[in-house]
Write a protein that binds this ligand. Structure first.
Ligand code: GLN
Length: 488
């Protein structure tokens, strides 16, 4: 077995016991990247030299530290919308094609201080807008389970890197499903924390009322450990909440007796791939065997979620992306005057999907349409949130599929944005409501593609969804199956 296959907690144990050094582990990960990334294309930028220096320093610390942090010496990958000081950060956009940030995002700073080794920056949909990584301005990423399929998006590079053992764990961001849906597509664990749980300072903003940072890992324990390392209030992000960070890994006690699982009747509808429904139902039965109790619940405004999201997210994006004007950031075109410089820089710098969203969002916010679209969407958003409040009166967690289908074929939906938007149907409401949710593997379809189970929790109750997920994971083997990366 290659060392790159280790989980974070396995690798951390071996590092502590001196059965392994961080330099060996980091070299094994780069070897794996050399062997597979010409097929998977998970990374936009690698940082080998700096990483080996960090690994060396971690090895020194490991010799001295009595109780080293779990992340000390662990190679991790970062989605390329995390600002990394001195390391190119593109957001998969030409407009930031050669942007070198002057500072680290708070979460990057936190994992660095915990001793993690930063392997490189992973591919995504441009500005995190998409569900397949096909909107990257550079190249598509392939699903390690089948190179002709999408890895999910927008954190598809991180998901593919974890699934292909091209890192030990990764960080992603989730605005409408971008951690959970690629996690489901690639057969890994992905956790979107509660809005406010993790700092977004230094994350390239997409839709600020929904963006969250979270772990993408090989198992549930790793997600708990990584969340512990990145969570907590940050004075530099006023939306981060002052609430103590539990030791999530200590919550994984396998006890879910009497826990009430809400099953929303609106989520098991036509349009869902049959095998996805079957796998999720059998996962629910497994949880019942461990003493959980089933409650049918209703989230009646679910049918509006995709429409509401695509108004709110595009409106916020149109405002957030106004700063890319060719003056202060990245690429600048040569116009005859200032206005023309703005126009050409933006026209050349942004891809089609980003432009589509800026136009949609600007329209939804414009005078005369604001009330009809943006304000209406915000009102329906409140109703969606209230649906969850009511449901959580009757249950402790909500269990659903993560995505309606397994990973589709590259190119299958690129001509039809609406079809693409529908892949987020089960994940988007959670962002609108600001709730935490995790996706973990719960089976494979007839073509061998992974299926994801989503567990949604109450605000700031990541501990319970991690506990339920871990209980399920202990009873199953799905997370242990590895893709065989074949030539296309
Ligand atoms: N797929 C969704 C979108 O395109 C979600 C993206 C995300 O969570 N960043 O907006």
């Amino acid at each position: 077995m290659s060392l790159a296959q280790l989980t974070l907690h396995e690798a951390s144990d071996k590092l502590r016991k001196r059965e392994l050094t961080s330099v060996e582990l980091t070299e094994a990960v780069y070897q794996r990247i050399a062997d597979t990334d010409d097929k998977v294309h998970a990374y936009l930028t690698l940082a080998r030299e700096a990483a080996l220096e960090q690994a060396n320093r971690a090895d020194e610390k490991l010799k001295q530290a009595r109780d080293p942090a779990p992340l000390l010496g662990i190679p991790i990958a970062l989605k390329d919308n995390f600002l990394t000081k001195g390391l190119r950060t593109t957001c998969a956009s030409k407009i930031l094609g050669d942007f070198i940030p002057p500072y680290d995002a708070t979460t990057v700073d936190k994992v660095r201080s915990a001793g993690a080794v930063i392997i490189g920056k992973t591919n995504l949909d441009e500005f995190a807008m998409g569900s397949s990584v096909e909107n990257s301005a550079f190249f598509a990423t392939c699903n390690p389970w089948n190179l002709e399929r999408i890895p999910g998006g927008s954190s598809g590079g991180s998901a593919a890197a974890v699934a292909a053992d091209e890192c030990i764990a990764a960080l992603g961001t989730d605005t409408g499903g971008s951690i959970r849906q690629p996690a489901a597509c690639c057969g890994i664990v992905g956790l979107k924390p509660t809005y406010g749980r993790v700092s977004r300072y230094g994350i390239i903003a997409f839709a600020s009322s929904m963006d969250q940072v979270g772990p993408m890992t090989k198992d549930v324990r790793d997600a708990a450990l990584l969340l512990e390392a990145i969570a907590g209030q940050d004075p530099a992000d006023s939306t981060s909440i002052n609430s103590s960070v539990p030791r999530y890994s200590a919550a994984l006690n396998g006890d879910i007796k009497g826990l009430r699982l809400g099953i929303p009747k609106e989520y098991f509808v036509s349009g869902m791939q049959i095998e996805v429904g079957e796998a999720v139902r059998s996962a629910i039965r497994e949880l019942e065997k461990h003493g959980a109790v089933i409650e049918e619940i209703s989230l009646p405004h679910t049918e509006y979620a995709v429409a509401v999201y695509y108004i709110v997210a595009t409106a916020e994006a149109s405002s957030n992306l106004a700063r890319y004007d060719g003056m202060r950031f990245g690429r600048r075109a040569n116009g005859k005057d200032l206005i023309e410089t703005y126009m050409i820089s933006r026209d050349e710098g942004f891809g089609a999907e980003v432009k589509r969203r800026i136009m949609l969002g600007t329209y939804a916010l414009s005078a005369g349409y604001y009330d009809a679209y943006y304000l209406k969407a915000q009102r329906v958003r409140t109703l969606i949130r209230k649906d969850f409040d009511a449901a959580f009166g009757r249950c402790d967690v909500i269990v659903t599929p993560t995505a309606p289908t397994t990973a589709f074929r590259l190119g299958e939906k690129t001509q039809d944005p609406l079809q693409m938007y529908l892949s987020d149907i089960y994940t988007i409401s959670i962002n609108l409501a600001g709730l935490p949710a995790i996706s973990l593997p719960c089976g494979f379809d007839g073509e061998g593609m992974p299926i994801g189970l989503q567990i949604i929790g109450k605000h700031f109750d990541e501990a319970t969804i991690l506990r339920v997920a871990d209980t399920y994971e202990r009873a199953t083997e799905w997370h242990k199956t590895k893709p065989r990366i074949q030539d296309r």
